[in-house]
Design a protein around this ligand. Structure first.
Ligand SMILES: Nc1ncnc2c1ncn2[C@@H]1O[C@H](COP(=O)(O)OP(=O)(O)OP(=O)(O)O)[C@@H](O)[C@H]1O
Ligand SMILES: [Zn+2]
Length: 673
């Protein structure tokens, strides 16, 4: 028998593809995109065939045989391989490290039991496809125009759906989907949401509207069995709508015809470890590659997207009003904490507003982006504070569990009974987290039904969903939560939002902080007043507690004036030479001692000529130490993306050759500076 050479991408940090021999006749060669089981060191691993060739430079005695080709699975398409290839190139990672983690775990194991079972199960479920939507509401003129623009778009068409909170962007997506599904019987649509908690609401909407359409979801809380089935349904073209979080951008979708990115401004679209990709940016590339439309929806678009919309690169579709008749944007009011001094974190004015809502049976939401009871405890007699011994951070008080916990390295300890340095027994919590506000609320409003939603209260699988359902059913009077409650949710009975302590972000050294704060405030404010007021109901309002009521960011919030605020920020960025007018990459280094990390970064800076590139000085990261390692960073900038990309490629090759024990990584288009 003859043989061929399979060139295989494997999930390893090595920047290479690996050749294997595969005995077969010329007519029965495997295809690129097929999965293959190969020996790799002492293990057997699954890789992706990227090419099938006749010869290899690997000497015959070293060349190993591939063990099995997964012929029961159709090959991943050339387009999918190109997408993974682009992501690998752009983010400077090996192809296998990008492509393989995008596949369900059960596909990447030596045994095929799970795969075979899933294939059988899917074959049994063959359902007729009927794209006819049911119960579609009548759209208002703005929604209609937007839905037609999206549904009717042909070829590569990036669009920004810029619609105020509650303007009914979801309906626009659904109607656009209906048009695409009706026009192209085989088509697939990918819808991304930033956060897993937003999937159930949208999933229910989609199922209700398209009962004859197969929907697959892809997010991190699926079991491996479910993930395999859903992934396979997408890969085989059976799932017509795929709804997922950022990882779904790498789903195999052979007949993809439309991509929707909801809440496109959300930082969760950026993966913050390993392959640090932006699902939004990859979505736009994927649309360009496939020559299909892509919609980015938001009430507070990212400045990158806004910039493209202003320059005409993206088409701007606008929804200026709330979708529900008589629902209006809430009145945003600033409460000056210098005059109305908060007691227990809440001002008199906000307390009165809460009481009024309670009396009327309406819901309120308090937003505080800090979980735990108090961010730190201290000794008032000697000044001791609860530092984490492993991080540049405080140990947060979790009173109910009698624990101090570091939110960065997860170190836990019992709350000390007395000060570790002076023995004083009177240790005080400083500042407030959501748990402490919850405790205060229960004291002030003993009759109210109070619910806290944050990462701590929703640890158990399914508990977040349960909590949100409770709110939707109207069984909560006051909801207190972190950014988890701020996004996308359509709370129908909410008429008051209180924002407790937003000021700290005003003085951050990260130039993106104000963009983020503004978006967050507008988003959380947007949860209020989403339905028409019945007679006697309260007008919806948002109270922002601040010490800086003069700050222009708050003025923009009061006026719901995203346009002007974004315009001003963009002008500032242009003047200061910052993204989106400049392109960046961040090299980070970690070592047990800061000096070693800085030393590596200095060597990295000096190891290469860099025309057209600015390399800044290495600096310690603002949170320098995490889990006993010190971290430093080096920012690289260029006004030209291609110039930066070419430089990074060469630079990374040099760094990989450099012998160092320092752990380093590169982030392209960093979001946290
Ligand atoms: N044409 C319509 N007629 C009546 N109600 C509508 C219409 N379109 C949307 N709605 C309702 O308006 C509410 C807000 O819609 P949706 O949640 O889609 O807003 P959104 O634009 O996504 O807001 P956000 O940016 O805050 O997430 C929903 O309750 C929805 O059912
Ligand atoms: Zn720590």
């Amino acid at each position: 028998m003859d043989h061929c050479i399979l060139r295989v991408a494997l999930d390893t940090p090595l920047h290479a593809v690996f050749d294997y021999r595969w005995p077969c006749d010329a007519a029965a060669r495997p295809f690129p995109g097929q999965l293959v089981l190969v020996p790799f060191g002492p293990r057997e691993v699954v890789g992706i065939i990227v090419a099938v060739v006749d010869d290899t430079d690997v000497p015959a005695e070293k060349l190993k045989d591939a063990l099995a080709v997964r012929s029961q699975l159709a090959p991943l398409s050339d387009e999918w391989l190109a997408l993974a290839g682009f992501a690998a190139d752009y983010y400077q990672r090996p192809l296998g490290e990008v492509a393989l983690p995008g596949l369900p775990k059960n596909l990447r194991v030596p045994k095929t039991v799970a795969l075979d079972r899933a294939i059988k199960k899917l074959a049994k479920e063959e359902a007729p496809h009927d794209p006819t939507p049911v119960g579609m509401p009548t759209l208002n003129a703005g929604q209609r125009a937007a839905a037609d623009a999206i549904g009717g778009a042909q070829g590569y068409a990036p669009m920004l759906l810029y619609g105020v909170t509650g303007s009914g962007k979801t309906e626009v997506y659904l109607q656009a989907c209906a048009q695409v599904l009706a026009r192209e019987p085989d088509s697939q649509i990918l819808i991304l949401v930033p956060e897993i908690n937003l999937t159930p609401q949208l999933e229910a909407n989609i199922r209700a509207r398209f009962p004859g359409v197969t929907l697959a979801t892809l997010h991190s809380s699926l079991s491996e069995g479910e993930r395999m089935l859903h992934w396979l349904a997408a890969h085989r073209g059976k799932a017509r709508i795929v709804l997922g979080t950022r990882l779904a951008i790498l789903a195999s979708l052979p007949r993809l015809k439309l991509i929707v990115i909801d809440e496109e401004h959300d930082p969760s679209y950026k993966q913050q470890e390993g392959l640090r990709y932006s699902a939004r940016d990859l979505a736009v590339w994927r649309a360009w590659q496939l020559k299909i439309p892509v919609v980015l929806g938001s009430a507070t678009p990212s400045l990158e997207t806004w910039h493209h919309a202003q320059s005409g690169r993206y088409r701007k579709l606008e929804l200026r009003e709330r979708a529900v008749r008589q629902a209006t944007l809430p009145a945003v009011k600033l409460v000056n904490m210098e005059h109305d001094r908060p007691d227990g974190g809440v001002t008199m004015q906000l307390k009165a507003a809460l009481r009024q809502r309670l009396e009327r049976g309406e819901q309120s939401l308090l937003f505080l982006n800090r979980r735990g009871y108090a961010p730190v405890i201290c000794c008032e007699s000697c000044g001791w504070v609860s530092d984490c011994k492993r991080c540049t951070a405080f140990m947060v008080l979790h009173k109910g569990e009698f624990k101090l916990r570091c939110h960065h390295c997860s170190l836990e300890m019992r709350i000390p009974r007395h000060c570790p340095t002076c023995g004083n027994v009177d240790l005080q919590p400083l500042g407030r987290g959501t748990q402490r506000i919850e405790e205060n609320l229960r004291e002030w409003f003993p009759e109210a039904r109070i619910l806290r939603i944050d990462a701590d209260s929703t640890r158990k699988k399914g508990s977040a969903q349960e909590a949100f359902d409770t709110v939707h059913r109207g069984e909560v009077d006051i909801l207190i939560g972190t950014q988890m409650v701020a996004k996308g949710h359509d709370f129908k009975k909410l008429t008051l939002v209180g924002i407790l302590n937003p000021d700290t972000a005003l003085f951050s050294q990260d130039y993106r902080a104000s963009e983020r704060l503004f978006a967050q405030l507008m988003q959380v404010a947007g949860r209020a007043g989403r339905t028409a007021q019945t007679d006697g109901g309260s007008a919806s309002e948002v109270l922002v507690q601040t010490r800086y009521p003069q700050h222009p960011l708050y003025a923009a919030c009061v006026n719901h004036d995203y346009d002007r605020f974004a315009g001003a920020l963009l002008a500032e960025r242009e003047q200061a030479g910052l993204p989106p007018y400049l392109f960046q990459a961040m090299l980070r280094a970690e070592a047990p001692e800061l000096a070693k990390a800085l030393e590596f970064l200095l060597a990295a800076r000096d190891c290469i000529a860099h025309d057209g590139i600015t390399i800044n000085d290495p600096i310690p990261m603002s949170m320098t130490r995490v889990h006993n390692v010190d971290r430093a960073q080096l920012l690289v900038e260029s006004p030209s993306r291609p110039v930066l990309q070419a430089f990074l490629k060469e630079w990374m090759a040099r760094l990989r050759d450099m012998r160092t024990r320092v752990k380093w990584s590169l982030e392209v288009d960093p979001v946290d500076i």
